[in-house]
Design a protein around this ligand. Structure first.
Ligand code: GBH
Length: 445
């Protein structure tokens, strides 16, 4: 533990940001030639979204760009992480590009640059064009090549002004929640398809990196993984083995191919005939060197051999409004583990971290979300601790800039450091936003 104040534990070139994604904030679902995404479609499925809502309006960010740019700048961050909606840029995901599609993102990026804020763009934060889903989606190998075309198109227009480009946000979520559990779009329930999808996501990442570099990339290129530290529920050997397998499924299945060019043997064995079809050369494509790794961290994962869910709340442990345990030490443990396991580990950004809390009440113009402030402060301290242990930490971004469409939870869960009143679309920075601003001011001084 360092005795320096927290803000002094980070170097002056550290990247501090807030993050969002296209589907969760933009709205304008049918404007300027935008095509349908698999999330537009999924929201129509009865029972799929807790409050039966959709992304048609969301935070109306598409129409409130200038106001939101000023809001971002007011926080004192030096980076903003957002995503580009593929169906805006190429309505069907194949064929014609929409000439208007990138206008909005160009205004966004130029607005960030004018305010001295780095622009970090994610190409796929889950809103795949429905047109591609109709052709098999990520299960179809052709989608890999369609993604590379789309990535090149974005870079050709914006690449000179993007500080970072992320190929995919959380491929585990797309594969497992979208294609195995079916609780996220496109709502498929097949372990075999999910495994193939994960391979195609990784392959498209590697091929996109190669293509973007061949085109003269000026941005830092990488991927964002959702990672948890996995710990056994007890010291019983069976639980220890179960935790090891859970770590292989969630972390190593993605990070090993990226950094070591191979899928972990234990998961391959578990999948058996459901293992993905891997063509010669695929693994080498996937293992392209990256300029950075993005890590999204929310909670740890406590694993038991019985498969019984770890009920943190029932055990009296602190949880957020998602019922995810609040466990900052897990972030340090995870980052240290990455450094231990991967000799090639590039600079690491925590690209998402934050919590949902019940704070939808604006009282006299204030939202007093002390629970969120505590969450952010303790997790930033966990990053500082990883830095001291030699992990090449380069940045930290809060999820999220503002309350938004929380996927299957609809608008019922609020992750923002800025409150959104969905009736009026008025934005109110919460106490946590003030804390973050003050923290960054101290760090800059
Ligand atoms: C991220 O997903 C997304 O990138 C972002 O769009 C989203 O809004 C944000 O997080 C908040 O959800 O399921 O109880 O076992 C995070 C997805 C969250 C999936 C933690 C795994 C483990 C807890 N991950 N979750 S649990």
């Amino acid at each position: 533990m360092s005795s320096l104040p927290l803000h002094r534990q980070f170097p002056s070139n550290f990247v501090w940001g807030v993050a969002t994604s296209s589907f969760q904030i933009e709205g304008a679902a049918h404007e300027d030639g935008k095509g349908e995404s698999i999330w537009d479609r999924f929201c129509q499925q009865p029972g799929a979204i807790a409050d039966a809502s959709n992304g048609d309006v969301a935070c109306d960010h598409f129409h409130r760009l200038e106001e939101d740019l000023d809001l971002i700048a007011s926080l004192g961050v030096n980076a903003y992480r957002f995503s580009i909606a593929w169906p805006r840029v190429q309505p069907l995901g194949y064929g014609e590009f929409n000439p208007k599609g990138l206008d909005f993102y160009e205004r966004l990026v130029d607005g960030l640059k004018a305010r001295g804020i780095q622009a970090w763009a994610t190409l796929n934060h889950w809103d795949l064009p429905q047109g591609l889903q109709d052709r098999g989606g990520w299960n179809d190998r052709d989608t890999v090549h369609r993604f590379v075309d789309y990535a090149r198109h974005v870079q050709a227009r914006l690449g000179d002004r993007l500080d970072g480009i992320t190929t995919h946000n959380e491929p585990w979520v797309v594969a497992t929640l979208g294609h195995d559990q079916g609780i996220f779009a496109p709502g498929i329930k097949s372990r075999r398809i999910a495994a193939q999808v994960s391979h195609h996501l990784l392959l498209s990442h590697g091929l996109a990196l190669q293509a973007l570099r061949a085109d003269g990339a000026k941005s830092q290129l990488g991927i964002v993984l959702n990672l948890a530290s996995c710990v056994p529920a007890t010291a019983m050997p069976a639980d220890i083995a179960a935790a090891k397998l859970a770590d292989s499924r969630g972390r190593r299945w993605y990070a090993d191919p990226l950094f070591k060019g191979a899928y972990p043997e234990d998961v391959l064995a578990e999948l058996g005939a459901d293992a993905p079809v891997v063509q010669p050369g695929d693994m080498a494509h996937i293992a392209q060197p990256m300029d950075y790794l993005g890590v999204n961290y929310y909670t740890r994962s406590v694993v038991s051999a019985s498969g019984e869910e770890w009920n943190a709340k029932g055990r009296g442990l602190p949880v957020s409004d998602m019922d995810w345990e609040i466990y900052p030490q897990g972030l340090t443990d995870l980052l240290v583990l990455l450094k231990q396991d991967y000799a090639q580990l590039p600079p690491v950004y925590v690209t998402e971290n934050g919590g949902a809390f019940k704070d939808d009440a604006v009282v006299l113009g204030r939202v007093q979300d002390d629970d969120r402030t505590d969450y952010l402060r303790t997790h930033i301290a966990a990053v500082a601790s990883a830095l001291q242990q030699g992990v090449p930490m380069a940045g930290y971004m809060v999820w999220s800039l503002m309350d938004n469409f929380e996927w299957a939870s609809g608008y019922l869960k609020r992750f923002g450091i800025v409150h959104v009143d969905y009736g009026t679309q008025s934005r109110t920075p919460k106490a946590s936003a003030e804390w973050y601003r003050n923290f960054l001011e101290a760090w800059r001084a």
